[in-house]
Design a binder for this molecule. Structure first.
Ligand code: NDP
Length: 445
């Protein structure tokens, strides 16, 4: 058994039942074999054992009162995974499916993603099993205030800087920041994704979706290809999905389908994004409404069918494991040429294998392809520290440069170890090398 295999086996035994965490650790560690083999000193320093064990895990109770006066209790999490290259950084997710395994898989991925941005940020992640859907604004505020009343002790502008994720957008970040400021009496960049009136950065809202398409565009350019006239599927209809769709459309693509957790819309004329924004960002309603407002569109209950629609480009931007092996096979059979992951771990291990074995399919893995969000969060931190604002053009240009650089780095790392075009390996290796180097420099900590 190799060192990597032993670490994985141990990790599964010591963290029983954490299936998402096992999945992410397996995907990452198995691709690191070539680096580990080149560095026998890593095993002596138990580097992988330390890399896969969070530095700190905070679990807490979040009590709040709903509009009927009923006391509710949710679970709160913050996993401070790795601070070797900078303060912990990573979003907060509010969704009923959140548990320790989900937060740990996201945190582990985040370490490498943040390293890939080239910026000084470590990895962390947090959230709650609270479901914001159907809650009043007052209930959301009450929950966020209670959540921050515990979290504020553990975070700080130079320690740990959370941001949004599923279920945590501008509204939630606003309430969380307001409570932090009140408790600490300091106006600092402790959260990113803040509103523009109180320290936020232009382009942060768009950054993950735009960044995904900037990387895709670069991958296409190096192959003499472009998005012009391509048929695209974007799953989800939240923050990442909406801005991935917007940038893909700006570059000439036709986005024909999107979904939320109830079902998908198909519009062969191309999605009218202003209608989606009105439904999802303004009304906070269901995507089903789109088909009631746009005559060329149809709505189908359930999500999985979206992957049976023929397309050139698939951009999964909703949640983990939304493309399984079967859906991947259907996409390939229907001629997909590019898969860019906007969501975290949207493809199962089986699906990744299908994409990588298929001839000519370019697969851009999440930790590289969706790094534009956290990269722009780091730009927001820089602006906060400098007490200044950069223009939208400036932030957008920096984002684009970062995404192109990440693409080149993962491409080079894959080539360096003899796996040309395997961006899963390229991203894991390029992200890991820097973190490993910093961890070795710090001694056994
Ligand atoms: P949002 O909450 O804004 O949107 C999530 C979207 O995905 C919604 O349309 C939601 O539908 C859908 N969705 C959630 N769960 C499921 C499910 N089980 N099945 C089908 N659809 C589902 O989140 P974001 O757009 O911020 O995040 C999307 C993904 O991108 C996540 O994986 C996140 O970790 C990742 N990501 C986000 C970043 C960011 O900057 N926001 C940065 C990097 C990665 P519904 O409304 O019905 O719940």
């Amino acid at each position: 058994m190799t060192y990597v295999e032993r670490v994985l086996e141990n990790l599964k035994a010591r963290n029983p039942g954490e299936k998402e965490f096992h999945q992410a650790a397996t995907e990452i560690l198995l691709t690191l074999e070539p680096v580990i083999n080149a560095h026998p000193e890593y095993e002596k320093a138990a580097l992988l054992e330390r890399f896969t064990e969070p530095e700190r895990t905070v679990l807490f109770r979040v009590p709040w009162v709903d509009d009927n006066g009923v006391v509710r209790v949710n679970k709160g999490y913050r996993v401070q995974f790795n601070s070797a290259i900078g303060p912990y950084k990573g979003g907060l997710r509010f969704h009923p499916s959140v548990n320790l395994s989900v937060i740990k898989f996201l945190g582990l991925e985040q370490i490498l993603k943040n390293s890939l941005t080239g910026l000084p940020i470590g990895g962390g992640k947090g959230g709650s099993d609270f479901d914001p859907k159907g809650k009043s604004d007052r209930e959301i505020m009450a929950f966020c205030q209670s959540f921050m009343t515990e979290l504020y002790r553990h975070i700080g502008a130079d320690t740990d800087v959370p941001a949004g994720d599923i279920g945590v957008g501008a509204r939630e970040v606003g309430y969380l920041f307001g409570q932090y400021k009140r408790l600490r009496n300091e106006h600092v960049g402790v959260l990113t994704g803040r509103g523009l009136s109180y320290g936020g950065s232009l382009i942060r809202k768009e950054a993950t979706g735009y960044g995904l398409v900037y990387m895709l565009d670069e991958a296409m350019k190096t192959r003499g290809d472009s998005l012009q006239g391509k048929t695209v599927i974007v799953s989800g209809s939240g923050n990442v999905a909406i801005y991935a769709c917007e940038k893909a459309q700006q570059l000439g693509a036709k986005v024909v389908a999107m979904y939320d957790s109830n079902g998908y819309i198909y519009d062969p004329n191309g999605i009218d994004l202003s209608v989606v924004k009105q439904i999802k960002e303004v009304e906070r309603a269901r995507i089903k409404e789109y088909a009631e407002r746009v005559p060329s569109a149809t709505y189908t209950e359930g999500c999985k069918g979206i992957w049976t629609i023929p397309c050139d480009v698939a951009l999964p931007c909703a949640t983990q494991n939304e493309i399984d092996g079967e859906s991947a096979k259907t996409l390939v059979a229907n001629g997909v040429k590019y898969v860019g992951e906007g969501a975290n771990m949207p493809s199962t291990l089986e699906a990744i294998e299908v994409f990588q074995k298929a001839n000519g399919v370019v697969f851009l893995p999440a930790k590289a392809a969706n790094a534009g969000g956290v990269a722009t969060s780091a730009l927001e931190m820089a602006q906060s520290s400098g007490r200044l604002y950069w223009s939208a053009e400036e932030v957008d240009a920096k984002l684009k440069t970062i995404m192109v650089n990440i693409y080149r780095n993962i491409d080079n790392a894959a080539k360096k170890y003899g796996f040309e075009g395997n961006y899963v390996m390229g991203a894991n290796i390029a992200g890991f090398e820097k973190v490993a180097d910093a961890m070795m420099a710090h001694g056994i900590v």
